[in-house]
Ligand binder design. Structure first.
Ligand code: ADP
Ligand code: MG
Length: 305
C-alpha cells in the first residue's frame, strides 16, 4: 500500500474548524489570531524506549499526542493543532487502525486538529508529534519566573505512571498508557503562576529545571506529595522514589505567590492541585518530613544514561 493511501485511510478523517488549509497540499496553512504568539514543541516516542513494546496501538497514539499537549499546557497556552511524522517498519492495518484512533481520540478530547505530517518506512517504530498552540503575546509562563516565598504546587498525583510501569497489569498502568495533559489548568494558570513545567522525567528533576532557570532553591514537604493510595502502602523511601523520580506523570508543577494561590482556589478547576513546598533563596532542593530535615538522594530519568 502506498504512503498516500495510508494517509487517506488513517490520517485524514477530521473536519477542521479553525484551520485554513489542512492535509493534502505541500504544507498546511493556519491564520494566526491577532496579538497572539505561536507556541510550538515536538516530542519523539521510540518503541521500547518511551513505551513498553506490547503497549496497545491505541495507547501509543493517545500518548504521542498527550505528551505534546502537556508541553503546550506547561506554557499556559491553548493547544491548536499537531503534525505527525511517522516511521513504520511494516504496514500493519490493525495497528494503524488502533494507533490513528488513539491520535484522534486525544485530539478530539482537547479540541486539536491533525493538520499534516510525514509517513515513511524505517527500521523502528518512531513517532514524532509537533504541537502548536496560541498564547496572548508576552503571557507565556516560563521556567525562569520562580521567586523566593512562592509556593510550589503540583496537579493531580505523582508516581502513578512509574508504579504502573513496574507493575504492568495494575490499574495504575492506565496512568502510564493514557496520560492526561492538563490543558485547562495550564491556561487557568496564565497570569497567576510565576513559573511552570510539565513533569515528564520526575518531579524532582523537572522542578530542578525551574530552580536552575529561576536561580532559586526549594524546600519540599514529603508528607504533602499527592500520591495514590497504592503508594501509601509501600515503604517510605520507595514511595518517594516513585513520586519524585518516577517520570511520565504529565502533571503540571508550578510556582505561585500565596496571594495568587488564593485566587487560583477561587476558580473552577477540573483537577486537584496540591501545595507541596516553598521556593527558598539557597539554590538547592531540600526535603522535610513532618517538620524535620529529611536527606534524600533522588535521580530522575536520564535520556543518555
Ligand atoms: P510531501 O511529499 O510534499 O512532503 P507528502 O506526500 O509527504 O507530501 O504528504 C501529503 C500530505 O499528507 C501532506 O499534507 C502531509 O502533511 C500529509 N501527511 C503525510 N503523512 C501524514 C501523517 N502521518 N499524518 C497526517 N498527515 C500526513
Ligand atoms: Mg513528505
Amino acid at each position: 500500500m502506498a504512503e498516500f493511501s495510508i494517509i487517506d485511510q488513517y490520517f485524514n478523517r477530521q473536519s477542521y474548524t479553525d484551520v485554513t488549509l489542512g492535509i493534502g497540499d505541500d504544507s498546511a496553512l493556519i491564520t494566526p489570531p491577532v496579538n497572539q504568539q505561536l507556541v510550538i514543541c515536538a516530542d519523539t516516542l521510540v518503541a521500547g524506549r518511551h513505551f513498553p513494546l506490547d503497549t496497545s496501538a491505541h495507547a501509543i497514539g493517545w500518548k504521542s499526542v498527550a505528551v505534546n499537549l502537556s508541553d503546550i499546557a506547561a506554557m499556559g497556552a491553548k493547544p491548536h493543532s499537531i503534525l505527525l511524522a511517522l516511521s513504520l517498519p511494516t504496514i500493519d492495518h490493525e495497528w494503524l487502525e488502533g494507533f490513528s484512533q488513539g491520535i484522534y481520540d486525544c485530539c478530539n478530547q482537547f479540541g486539536v486538529a491533525l493538520i499534516g505530517g510525514d509517513t515513511t518506512q524505517g527500521p523502528h517504530l518512531t513517532i514524532t508529534v509537533t504541537a502548536m498552540g496560541w498564547i496572548e503575546s508576552g503571557q507565556a509562563v516560563l521556567r525562569s519566573g520562580a521567586k523566593v516565598g512562592d509556593y510550589v504546587c503540583v496537579s493531580g498525583q505523582v508516581g502513578d505512571a512509574a508504579y504502573g510501569l513496574q507493575h504492568l497489569g495494575h490499574p495504575l498502568q492506565k496512568r502510564l498508557d493514557y496520560p492526561t495533559p492538563r490543558c485547562q489548568l495550564g491556561q487557568q494558570l496564565k497570569g497567576l503562576a510565576s513559573s511552570m513545567i510539565d513533569i515528564s522525567d520526575g518531579l524532582a528533576q523537572d522542578l530542578g529545571h525551574i530552580l536552575k532557570a529561576s536561580k532559586v532553591g526549594a524546600r519540599l514537604l514529603l508528607e504533602k506529595l499527592p500520591i495514590d493510595s497504592t503508594l501509601e502502602e509501600i515503604p517510605e523511601q520507595q514511595r518517594w522514589q516513585y513520586a519524585l523520580a518516577g517520570g511520565d506523570d504529565y502533571e503540571l508543577c508550578f510556582t505561585i505567590t500565596p496571594q495568587n494561590y488564593e485566587k487560583l482556589l477561587q476558580k473552577q478547576l477540573d483537577i486537584k492541585i496540591t501545595m507541596i513546598g516553598e521556593i527558598v533563596e539557597q539554590t538547592q532542593l531540600t526535603f522535610e518530613h513532618l517538620g524535620s530535615d529529611y536527606p534524600l538522594q533522588i535521580h530522575g530519568y536520564q535520556h543518555f544514561a
